[in-house]
Design a protein around this ligand. Structure first.
Ligand SMILES: *[C@@H]1O[C@H](CO)[C@@H](O)[C@H](O)[C@H]1NC(C)=O
Ligand SMILES: *[C@@H]1O[C@H](CO)[C@@H](O)[C@H](O)[C@H]1NC(C)=O
Ligand SMILES: *[C@@H]1O[C@H](CO)[C@@H](O)[C@H](O)[C@H]1NC(C)=O
Ligand SMILES: *[C@@H]1O[C@H](CO)[C@@H](O)[C@H](O)[C@H]1NC(C)=O
Ligand SMILES: *[C@@H]1O[C@H](CO)[C@@H](O)[C@H](O)[C@H]1NC(C)=O
Ligand SMILES: *[C@@H]1O[C@H](CO)[C@@H](O)[C@H](O)[C@H]1NC(C)=O
Ligand SMILES: *[C@@H]1O[C@H](CO)[C@@H](O)[C@H](O)[C@H]1NC(C)=O
Ligand SMILES: *[C@@H]1O[C@H](CO)[C@@H](O)[C@H](O)[C@H]1NC(C)=O
Ligand SMILES: *[C@@H]1O[C@H](CO)[C@@H](O)[C@H](O)[C@H]1NC(C)=O
Length: 366
């Protein structure tokens, strides 16, 4: 056994490997082939784990699809046989190798990096091979949008980079709705867009996007909340409150208020932990105790005018959900007539009476 190992070591490490390349057969011949699966994120870095029994004369070869990624030989990196697609993207943990850690860091993952990696390690009295299956996932910027097109309201959920193609489920009042229209780009990473018509503005809608590889889930919610009626100059309080069942208190959330008008929206106020609370239209004010409680994101409009009538939207977002709440405002004109209105009506009345009198006069002559 010892002699065989020594012979192996001499053949593999000293003669065969650095010169002619690593023979895949060695992985099958060696005593142990360990299999494991890991998950990496597209465009990010990953550490592919591999460990071995400590010994002297360490040799490490990382391979995938007959290509070399990284080799370690004679106390240093050996990159002469590295495939160019791995240039500048690989490294071992130099200080950890003596502790039996042959893990490889692979940077800036792309779709071609998915697959089985072989980690071959040998010392003077041991040789080992591990197969590590790298699965890739992408879940880049999910979002929900609310639009009005030709008097019909639509919700659109999209994902700018998805891999594998995600599952999107829509619900209306917590019942699955299958009437959405989905568009997916032809090539990965997929651009995914799913649209649903709002058929009942009293319902609450949700889209749930899931990626089983990354075990990630995102929810976009829409609800038409309240309708407000006020008169010019009489302040309105738009309610937007956080419910604990929707967001746990420790979660980092962003809140923003918009005026939605003619398919475009204008930001009125925003709140985030990093930027604090901001107001972009000084007729609006946040609730006083908002900063302490971080749960009451209601907004006050102090002096509404008739043209403020319309749709308002409160957006509460966290890393795994966005909640849109629509509010409707109607501002009525002041009930009492102003003096100029009075003059106009008197003038109109006098004119009508005159016309009538003239009419009567003409009638009498005929
Ligand atoms: C190897 O070292 C790296 C860097 O310290 C660490 O992240 C990784 O978990 C280690 N792997 C093993 C198998 O010990
Ligand atoms: C790797 O980095 C070196 C120097 O940092 C650079 O000259 C070379 O072009 C890079 N190679 C690739 C494939 O990016
Ligand atoms: C809601 O807020 C999030 C995060 O602040 C933002 O990315 C998103 O575009 C907003 N959505 C709408 C419909 O305003
Ligand atoms: C929504 O509810 C209001 C009052 O609850 C009702 O007047 C209205 O007709 C409902 N609209 C729809 C589309 O069901
Ligand atoms: C959903 O619930 C709301 C109120 O809870 C109700 O007004 C609406 O009609 C429901 N929608 C459907 C499709 O049943
Ligand atoms: C979509 O759902 C099906 C069935 O639940 C599951 O097998 C599949 O892995 C899911 N795909 C993704 C990308 O989550
Ligand atoms: C609303 O949008 C349509 C098309 O985007 C445009 O033609 C129209 O002038 C807009 N109306 C107002 C009041 O801005
Ligand atoms: C939120 O703040 C407004 C204005 O201060 C108040 O009227 C409302 O009751 C508050 N809501 C909750 C749940 O505290
Ligand atoms: C909240 O807003 C900050 C910038 O103010 C941004 O960096 C962060 O990504 C946002 N978080 C969410 C969950 O949208």
């Amino acid at each position: 056994m010892k002699i065989k190992s020594l012979l192996n070591f001499y053949l593999l490490n000293v003669i065969v490997q650095p010169l002619t390349g690593f023979n895949d057969k060695i992985c099958f011949d060696s005593q142990t082939v360990l299999q494991s699966t890991i998950v990496g994120r597209l465009y990010e870095d990953v550490i592919i784990p591999c460990s071995f029994k400590i010994g002297s004369g360490v040799v490490i070869h990382w391979m995938k699809d007959e290509k070399y990624l990284h080799s370690f030989f004679k106390y240093g990196d050996y990159l002469n046989n590295q495939d160019s697609i791995y240039n500048n993207r690989t490294s071992l943990f130099g200080n950890e190798i003596n502790n039996g850690n042959a893990s490889l860091k692979l940077r800036r993952l792309n779709l071609q990096d998915e697959g089985v990696y072989k980690c071959y390690t040998s010392t003077i009295d041991n040789a080992q091979c591990s197969n590590i299956d790298l699965k890739l996932g992408a879940f880049i910027t999910p979002a929900i949008e609310y639009q009005e097109q030709d008097r019909v309201d639509y919700l659109t959920c999209c994902l700018f980079g998805a891999y594998p193609s995600p599952n999107i489920t829509w619900t209306e009042n917590n019942t699955i709705n299958t009437k959405s229209i989905i568009k997916v780009s032809s090539y990965p990473p997929f651009f995914v867009k799913s649209q649903l018509k709002i058929t009942n503005s009293n319902s609450s809608y949700q889209c749930i996007i899931e990626n089983s590889v990354l075990n990630q889930r995102w929810t976009g919610k829409w609800k038409s909340k309240d309708t407000y009626l006020t008169t010019e100059g009489k302040k309105v309080l738009f309610l937007c409150e956080l419910k604990n069942e929707d967001f746990s208190p420790e979660k980092n959330i962003n809140v923003s208020w918009y005026r939605v008008k003619n398919a475009s929206s204008t930001i009125l106020a925003s709140f985030s932990r990093s930027s604090g609370s901001m107001v972009f239209d000084n007729r609006f004010t946040w609730t006083k105790d908002m900063m302490h409680e971080r749960s009451n994101f209601s907004l006050t409009l102090t002096h509404p005018i008739q043209s403020d009538s319309g749709k308002y939207l409160c957006n509460i977002s966290s890393i795994d959900s966005t909640q849109l709440m629509i509010q409707f405002l109607t501002v009525e004109p002041l009930p009492e007539k102003s003096s100029s209105n009075l003059i106009v009506s008197i003038t109109v009345s006098v004119t009508i009476i005159s016309v009538l009198l003239i009419g009567i006069g003409i009638g009498m002559y005929v």
